[in-house]
Write a protein of this length. Structure first.
Length: 133
């Protein structure tokens, strides 16, 4: 996929997994189990990675967004914008009417708001491991 000057490629865990883990670790975040990553992920300019999680309702979720903390801040900013464009375009193509996301890092919260996302409350994320390999 080519969006303007961006090079957007599909995320492939075998190719991009170590990179994602390295970036998350530098931000103090652990890489989720591979089974918890969406099959629909993108890499923008080799600097930013994010995933679109599909639902059976009208909204899709953007999650596990990461960028190379050692990259040039201007290039990182551009890659993240192009990543979000790609994720939003893909969600629209799939018929979703809303994109939602959870963000913990202040910089990511600001990015979502600058893109027209609205904050909605303060929540605690709960999860339960259901088993399986």
């Amino acid at each position: 996929i080519r969006i303007a000057s961006a090079m957007i490629e599909k995320f492939d865990f075998a190719v991009h997994g170590e990179r994602l883990e390295r970036w998350l670790k530098k931000r103090g975040v652990s890489l989720p189990d591979k089974r918890l990553l969406s099959n629909l992920g993108f890499v923008s300019n080799g600097i930013a990675i994010g995933f679109l999680f599909c639902t059976q309702a009208g909204q899709a979720y953007i999650d596990h967004v990461a960028a190379d903390p050692d990259s040039n801040s201007h290039l990182r900013d551009q890659a993240l914008d192009e990543l979000f464009n790609a994720l939003e375009v893909e969600a629209k193509k799939m018929g979703y009417v809303m994109a939602m996301a959870l963000a913990a890092l202040p910089a990511m919260k600001r990015r979502f708001m600058s893109r027209g996302y609205y904050p909605h409350g303060d929540y605690t994320l709960f999860y339960k491991v259901l088993g399986g390999k």
